[in-house]
Design a protein around this ligand. Structure first.
Ligand code: GDP
Length: 397
């Protein structure tokens, strides 16, 4: 399952905060250690993990209390925001040429899914109303040319081939000319992959790039290779200059190290992700959705966001002081209950909490009734009665 291992690794961190009232320098030590371990096990590169953990710790200690939100939920929110930033923040869109065909050059090692990506990308762009053409530039493997032709037919996109005797940069130029004649919007050029980086491959790529002056140069990397994928993006960028990466086989990646490391390590964004073998399985890389998926937190994030909006900062500071000095009383409890009420009915709030799907409507109605009763009771109480209640005077000898 996608990111499954990372998700459960992080869960241990939230669980350590159950029962706490605020995030403090002391009580985040253990959870931060869990987060660090989870990220390292996910194969995120060490410097990235260090920066991440430091930044989350700093924010966690400084964060105020949000009424109705537990500290573990607050930490989830901070980690989420930091994950989004780590993956580049915004979605990084493909760039298109202002005039003439847009040329997308694809590079990548053998077996990463580059040929598949060519056809998937054409299929994806076609759905946006763009006409596409594939160019078979992998002259070393006749099978690769055949495979591209078959996939092109499958997605109904023309494939330009010139056999194996022509130089890749020459094939690329010819293909581009053909596309111009046919007024094609996007030309996607496949290039030869190798099992490992070698000079011949790099030189050839440089030559093809020079011949085409492409709008996008995208490196296709395999998510299963973890932080190695990020290192490859860095190397290719330094060698030939790329505009971004396409991360394939995300459907089989339970760890997430590549998705989390590429941008931070290489400075280049992941633009698209492959999530299966079908032609439809290619989509933009949305950092916020990825982060949400990693946390596996349903709508806890929107719950915390809403609570943040509802809460007034001065109230929060007052509340925090009270909790710290153990002067949290029933009136504060009442205020907090009402803050939750402002967020919608109990059933809506419960619906936002993962794992609460099994609560029956009858139970929710009971909870709502109980809240109302409790409000009425507290409002009817005098301070004296309060004192008796909270000090449990019946047990005093
Ligand atoms: P190339 O050598 O880089 O051109 O790799 P191919 O395009 O031939 O793909 C290698 C294998 O990976 C094929 O069996 C593909 O079906 C498979 N593959 C490619 N992309 C994905 C993906 O996103 N998810 C999964 N599960 N398999 C993929």
């Amino acid at each position: 399952e996608m990111f499954g291992q990372l998700t459960s690794g992080l869960e241990t961190a939230w669980n350590k905060l159950k029962g706490e009232e605020v995030l403090s320098k002391e009580n985040i030590v253990e959870p931060m250690r869990d987060i660090r371990r989870a990220l390292l096990e996910a194969d995120v590169s060490l410097p990235v993990v260090r920066r991440f953990v430091q930044s989350v710790s700093d924010q966690a200690v400084g964060v105020g209390v949000i009424r109705g939100v537990r500290p573990d939920q607050q930490l989830v929110k901070i980690v989420h925001e930091e994950l989004v930033q780590l993956m580049g923040g915004e979605v990084s869109e493909l760039v298109f040429a202002k005039s003439g065909p847009t040329v997308i050059l694809l590079a990548g090692l053998q077996g990463v899914g580059k040929t598949t990506v060519c056809a998937k990308l054409a299929n994806y762009l076609k759905k946006q109303g763009k006409s596409c053409m594939l160019v078979a530039g992998d002259v070393y493997r006749p099978a690769a040319i055949d495979q591209l032709a078959i996939l092109g037919k499958q997605v109904d996109v023309p494939v330009y081939t010139a056999g194996t005797d022509v130089k890749p940069s020459e094939i690329a130029k010819q293909g581009l000319e053909e596309a111009k004649k046919k007024k094609i919007d996007v030309v996607i050029v496949d290039t030869a992959g190798r099992l490992q980086i070698d000079k011949t491959m790099m030189d050839e790529l440089k030559e093809v790039k020079k011949a085409l002056n492409p709008t996008e140069v995208l490196l296709v990397v395999d998510a299963m290779t973890g932080q190695e994928a990020a290192a490859l993006v860095t190397t290719f960028n330094l060698e030939i200059g790329i505009t971004g990466a396409i991360l394939t086989k995300l459907d089989g990646d339970s760890r997430g190290g590549a998705a989390l490391s590429v941008k931070e390590v290489s400075g280049k964004p992941i633009k698209l992700v492959g999530r299966g073998e079908r032609m439809e399985d290619l989509e933009p890389f949305y950092p916020d959705r990825m982060a949400g998926r990693i946390l596996g937190m349903g709508d806890v994030l929107s719950f915390v966001e809403k609570a943040q909006q509802v809460m007034r900062q001065e109230d929060a500071e007052e509340l925090q002081k009270k909790i710290m000095s153990a002067k949290f009383d029933f009136n504060d409890f009442l205020k907090q209950t009402r803050t939750v009420a402002k967020m919608g009915s109990v059933s809506r709030v419960i619906g936002m909490i993962p794992g609460m799907g099994k609560v029956t409507p009858a139970q929710i109605r009971d909870a709502e009734k109980n809240l109302l009763n409790m409000e009425a009771m507290i409002e009817a109480m005098t301070p004296g009665l309060f004192f008796l209640l909270i000090n449990d005077v019946t047990s005093v000898e």
